[in-house]
Design a binder for this molecule. Sequence first.
Ligand SMILES: Cc1cc2nc3c(=O)[nH]c(=O)nc-3n(C[C@H](O)[C@H](O)[C@H](O)COP(=O)(O)OP(=O)(O)OC[C@H]3O[C@@H](n4cnc5c(N)ncnc54)[C@H](O)[C@@H]3O)c2cc1C
Length: 319
Amino acid sequence: MSVLIFLETTDNQIKKSSLEALVYGRTIASRSGGSVTAVVAGNPSNLSEAASHGASSVMQISDSRFSQNDTQAFAEALSEAANQKSASLIVMAKSVFSDSIVPKLSSIWKAGAATNVVSLPESDANFSVKRSIFTGKAFEAMKLTSERKIVSIKKNAVAVSLAPAAGEVVAFQPSVSSKAFSIRTVSTEKATGEILLSDAEIVVSGGRGLKGPENWGLVTDLAKVLGAATGCSKPVSDLHWRPHHEHVGQTGIKVSPNLYIAIGISGAIQHVAGISSSKVIVAINKDPEAPIFKAATYGIVGDAFDVVPKLTQALRNSL
Ligand SMILES: Cc1cc2nc3c(=O)[nH]c(=O)nc-3n(C[C@H](O)[C@H](O)[C@H](O)COP(=O)(O)OP(=O)(O)OC[C@H]3O[C@@H](n4cnc5c(N)ncnc54)[C@H](O)[C@@H]3O)c2cc1C
C-alpha cells in the first residue's frame, strides 16, 4: 500500500506529531513494500527529518498562498498529490488544522476517514483501527472498507523512531484553483511556553491548591528539570494566575503526554477529561480523598509546598 503523509509545520518546523504520523504511515507501507511520500508546504528548517524518519520522497509546495493554512486548498492539494503517487492511504497528525482538512479531503478524494487513531490496522485487507473518543474516555473500533483511506493520528500514540530513506525533495505545484484560497489569517496569538503543551511528552500542571501565582516557581522549577511543558486547571487561568493557553481540560487543551504531574488539582471530571489519555498520571494532593487519585497511576498524599521542592531537588541530583 503506497502512503502519502501530510507534514504540518509550526514556527517553520515540521511538528513532532507529524513525524509520528510519518512513522505510522511508514510502518503500514513497509508491510507491503509500498512507497512513502511526504507532502510539506514551505521550507521547514528540519526538512531533512522527513528523510530520516522514512520518507522516500518529499513533495515540497513553495507557493506562498499555502502559508495561509487554507483547509480547502490543502485538501485539494493532498488529493492531487495522492493521485500522482497512486497512494491509497493519506496519514496526518490529528490537530485543529487537520480536523478541518479531513472531511473536505474525504469528500474530494472519495475516501473513508478515521480521526484520532491510536492503533495500526490489523492488515491492509482488514483496515480496523482503534480511535480515541469522548475526550479520551473511550475507544471506538472502526473498520475502513473504502478503497482509499484517510487516517489522522492522535498525538503521542506512536513512538518516533528513525528509519533513514532517500527523502528526495521534489517541487510540487498543485493545480488548485484560486477560488480555494478564500481565507486570510489576520493575526495570530502564539503560546509563549518553551515547550508546546499539546505536543509535550511531560506536563507539570498546577491547580488552586498552589494558592496564588507567586508560588508558581514550584511548577516551573519541576517542569524545567524534567524538560516538561506547564499546564494548569481552569480556575487558575480564570483567576489570571496563568495564561489561558495553559488551561487543561474539557474546555481547554487536551493533552496525552507520557507523564502528567498534577499538583494541587482536585481532579474534577472536566479536568480529567483533558488528561485521561496520558500514559502515566502522578497526583500530588494533601487530601487523600481528592478525586484526582482515582485517575492517577501514582499518588503522593502531602503538602505540595513540602513535597514538590524535595522532588525537584531529588531529580536535579539524579541528572
Ligand atoms: C462547564 C465546565 C467546564 C469546565 N472545564 C474545566 C476544564 O477544562 N479544566 C479544569 O481544570 N476545570 C474545568 N472546570 C472546573 C472544574 O469543575 C473544577 O472546578 C476545577 O477543575 C477545579 O480546579 P482545581 O482542582 O485547581 O481547584 P480546587 O477544586 O479548588 O482544588 C484544589 C485542590 O488542591 C488541593 N490542595 C490544597 N492545598 C494543597 C497543598 N498545599 N498541597 C497539595 N494539595 C493541595 C486540595 O485538596 C484540592 O484537591 C469546568 C467546570 C465547568 C462547570
